[in-house]
Ligand binder design. Structure first.
Ligand code: NAD
Ligand code: MG
Length: 398
C-alpha cells in the first residue's frame, strides 16, 4: 500500500487522480489533500478518502473545513497556508506526491516534495518553467524521481530510452515531437480573435481542464510552457523540440531516433492515462479510460503551428533561448494576463502583447537561486499589471 499526497486535489488533475485511486484502494492510500478555497469540494473528498491531513490556502477556509469535518466526525487534521502545503508535500507517510496546483503558486510545495525525495508526479509545469535549472538540481541532490503527468511529456517519457541525463544525442534521440491540438481557435479567422470570450477560450475541443490551462491552450502558451518543460525534463536543447499541430489529440507526442524510427504514444485524450501510468510505473494499472477506437478516429492530421496566430509560442522559445530569469518573467506575465482575460479586463490578443512587453521591460538575470526567481516572479507581476494599465489608459480599451 503506497501513501499519496495530492497538491491541488479539488482541481481537474486532482479529481482525475482521485478517480484512478478509487479504482485501486488496495494499492494506494490518500495521506494528504490540499486545495485553495473550495471547502465544500474538500469536505466531500475528506469524507470519501479520510486523509491524515487536509490543507486550505487561508485560515478562514481552514476553519470552515475543520468545522465541517468535526460535524461529520472525520478525524482529518486541518492545516493552512504555505507551511501546511509544505508539510503535506513532505509528510513521511506519503511516498508519492501529485503536484497539481496551478501556476507558480505550486513551486514551493512541489520543491518541498522534491527535497523530501518523493516520487513526484508532475502536472504543475509552471514550477519547472519558473525554476527549471534549480528544480532539476534539487531532484538530483535529493534522489527524487519525477514522472511527468502532462500528457505530451508522459508520452515522450514512454517513448524515450531510460536515461537521458547525458543528453539526447548520447542515447540516439534526434528530436522530440510535441503534439498540440491548436486549441479552440486553430481555424478561427485571425480578425475574430480580438473579440473571443473566456467561455469560448475555455471550450477546448478535446480536453476538459482547469480554466488557466484552457486559456493557455487557446493562445498556445501552453505548448510554449511545455517546450520549456521538455527542455528540463529530457535534457533537450530547444531546437531539438519541435511542435506539431495534431488536432485530434490522439498521438500525445513522439520521439524520433537517429536511425529514422519515430515512436509515438497514442490513446484517448483523458488525463487518467498518464496519471495511472505515473502512479504505477514501471507497472501498469487500469485507469478507467476506454479503448482507443482507431476506426472511429479514422484519420490523424498534422500541420505546422502558425506563429502569427500563436505569438505566445514564439515568446516561449525566445525566453528559453534568453535563459536566466526570462522564463520566470514569461510565466508570471502570462499568469497575470490570463487572469485578467478570464475576469474580462483584457482582450484575448492582449495576453501575448502583455507578456511580450513585460519581457521587454525587465532585464534578464542569471537564475542562480530561489530568492532571485521569486523576486523576479513578484516583479514581473507588478510590471505586467502596469503594462495592462497603460494599455487601457492609452487606448481606452485593452
Ligand atoms: P485547476 O484550476 O482545475 O486546479 C488547480 C488546483 O490547485 C485546485 O485544487 C486549486 O484549489 C489549487 N490551487 C489553485 N491556486 C492555488 C494556490 N494559490 N494555492 C494552493 N492551491 C491552489 O487546474 P488543473 O487543470 O487541474 O491544472 C493543474 C496543473 O496541472 C496546472 O499546472 C496545469 O498546467 C497542469 N496540467 C493540467 C492538465 C489538465 O488536463 N487539467 C493537463 C496537463 C497539465
Ligand atoms: Mg499538455
Amino acid at each position: 500500500m503506497k501513501g499519496l499526497t495530492i497538491l491541488g486535489s479539488t482541481g481537474s488533475i486532482g479529481m482525475s487522480t482521485l478517480d484512478v485511486v478509487a479504482r485501486h484502494r488496495d494499492k494506494y492510500r490518500i495521506v494528504a489533500l490540499t486545495a485553495n478555497r473550495d471547502v465544500d469540494g474538500m469536505l466531500v473528498q475528506c469524507e470519501r478518502f479520510t486523509p491524515e491531513i487536509a490543507v486550505m490556502a487561508d485560515t478562514d477556509s481552514a476553519s470552515r473545513l475543520a468545522k465541517g469535518l468535526s460535524q461529520r466526525s472525520i478525524a482529518t487534521e486541518v492545516l493552512s497556508g504555505l507551511r501546511g502545503l509544505e508539510i503535506a508535500a513532505s509528510i513521511p507517510s506519503a511516498e508519492i506526491v501529485m503536484a497539481a496546483i496551478v501556476g507558480a503558486a505550486g513551486l514551493l510545495p512541489t520543491l518541498a516534495a522534491v527535497r523530501a525525495g518523493k516520487r513526484l508526479l508532475l502536472a504543475n509545469k509552471e514550477a519547472l518553467v519558473v525554476a527549471g535549472h534549480l528544480f532539476m538540481g534539487e531532484v538530483e541532490a535529493h534522489g527524487a524521481e519525477i514522472l511527468p503527468i502532462d500528457s505530451e511529456h508522459n508520452a515522450v517519457f514512454q517513448c524515450m530510452p531510460d536515461d537521458t541525463r547525458e543528453g539526447l544525442k548520447h542515447c540516439g534521440v534526434k528530436r522530440i515531437l510535441l503534439t498540440a491540438s491548436g486549441g479552440p481557435f486553430r481555424t478561427l479567422p485571425l480578425e475574430a480573435l480580438a473579440t473571443v470570450t473566456p467561455s469560448q477560450a475555455c471550450a477546448h475541443p478535446n480536453w476538459e481542464m482547469g480554466r488557466k490551462i484552457s486559456v493557455d491552450s487557446a493562445t498556445m502558451m501552453n505548448k510554449g510552457l511545455e517546450v520549456i518543460e521538455a527542455h528540463w525534463l529530457f535534457h533537450a536543447e530547444p531546437e531539438k523540440i519541435r511542435v506539431v499541430l495534431h488536432p485530434q489529440s490522439i498521438i500525445h507526442s513522439m520521439v524520433e531516433y537517429v536511425d529514422g524510427s519515430v515512436l509515438a504514444q497514442l490513446g484517448n485524450p483523458d488525463m487518467r492515462t498518464p496519471i495511472a501510468h505515473a502512479l504505477a510505473w514501471p507497472h501498469r494499472i487500469e485507469s478507467g479510460v476506454g479503448s482507443l477506437d482507431l476506426f472511429e478516429v479514422a484519420r490523424l492530421d498534422f500541420d505546422q503551428p502558425d506563429l502569427q496566430r500563436f505569438p505566445c509560442l514564439r515568446l516561449a522559445y525566445q525566453a528559453i533561448q534568453a535563459g536566466g530569469t526570462a522564463c520566470a518573467i514569461l510565466n508570471a506575465a502570462n499568469e497575470v494576463a490570463v487572469d485578467a482575460f478570464l475576469s474580462e479586463r483584457l482582450a484575448f490578443i492582449g495576453i501575448a502583447a502583455v507578456v511580450e512587453e513585460t519581457l521587454q521591460r525587465i532585464p534578464v538575470q542569471p537564475a542562480e537561486d530561489l530568492e532571485t526567481l521569486l523576486d523576479t516572479d513578484r516583479q514581473a507581476r507588478v510590471v505586467a499589471e502596469q503594462v495592462m494599465q497603460n494599455r487601457v489608459s492609452s487606448s481606452g480599451i485593452s
